[in-house]
Design a protein around this ligand. Sequence first.
Ligand SMILES: NC(=O)c1ccc[n+]([C@@H]2O[C@H](COP(=O)([O-])OP(=O)(O)OC[C@H]3O[C@@H](n4cnc5c(N)ncnc54)[C@H](OP(=O)(O)O)[C@@H]3O)[C@@H](O)[C@H]2O)c1
Length: 282
Amino acid sequence: MFPSYTLSNGVSAPSIIVGTFQHRNEGDLNDLIRHAINHGYRAFDTAPSYQNELMLGNIFSSLLNEGNIRRKDLFLIDKIDGWQMHASKGDVRPYFEEALRKLQLEYLDLLLIHWPFPEYLLETWDVFEQIYNAGLARSIGLCNVEVRHLQRVIQQASIVPHVVQVERHPLNSVSDVITYCHKNGIVVQGYSPVCRMLPKVAASPVIEVIAEKYKKSKGQIIMRWHFDTEVAPVFMTTREERLIEYADEVQSFRLDEGDIAAINGMNEDFKLFLGSRACPGY
Ligand SMILES: NC(=O)c1ccc[n+]([C@@H]2O[C@H](COP(=O)([O-])OP(=O)(O)OC[C@H]3O[C@@H](n4cnc5c(N)ncnc54)[C@H](OP(=O)(O)O)[C@@H]3O)[C@@H](O)[C@H]2O)c1
């Protein structure tokens, strides 16, 4: 079983999350989620732009009705997209309610702002606080932020974000955001955690030597690096083998300081996902 993080409001959040981006076939998604649950995963991540909320609603509703899992044991994450912030000028509540309807849920475990568009960032955060205070989201946070976005929100908000989700892998270690979050009691989730195993990662001599040393796969080493640096990876796969690869065995060892430093040293601020042009400074 995977360990959990305790968010600043006391909510327990799994330390590894299964992403669903680019999963648009309900049969495949159903298989993936059932396999993931069988292998101990409890957290799942989506967004309106992934176009699978309706499918996920059907899948989770079936699982819950079959009694295979209880709602309180799942940790379900959805987001408000940038276009929704713009279209509603930050009054995003109707989009949130639509997401709950599609997902057939009474509440979310984590609601995230997908992109910190400056125009409606504070207005959207204000609505997030209302949603949180109404008990419709057990935690709230932001994605794709720089420290300056967080400072702006924290200065004006009543609730400090519980979670931040950013692109994080050996080629993009985002240490400034992580340090800031950890100082402020914010749990960090890292998406694209293995950088899709691009050749630069898969063929990295640094990862290769460490994998050899611990007798683990390269993917397991990178996942362990996230855990050992207190980041919860949000990964995606189409294969059950990968779910098994990243499950129990990754919990059975720790990287030593030198190996963590060596992987940190691979950073080159490389991003798979470009920042938004509407977020000045990226
Ligand atoms: N908040 C945001 O703005 C945001 C943005 C992007 C993504 N996300 C979330 O993050 C999740 C993961 O993103 P991602 O897909 O970019 O990340 P990823 O987990 O780094 O990459 C997944 C891809 O890498 C392959 N892969 C994984 N382990 C491998 C290994 N050991 N060897 C070879 N190939 C391997 C997988 O193939 P297989 O199918 O063969 O395993 C899959 O094609 C998304 O699903 C989404 O939920 C969030």
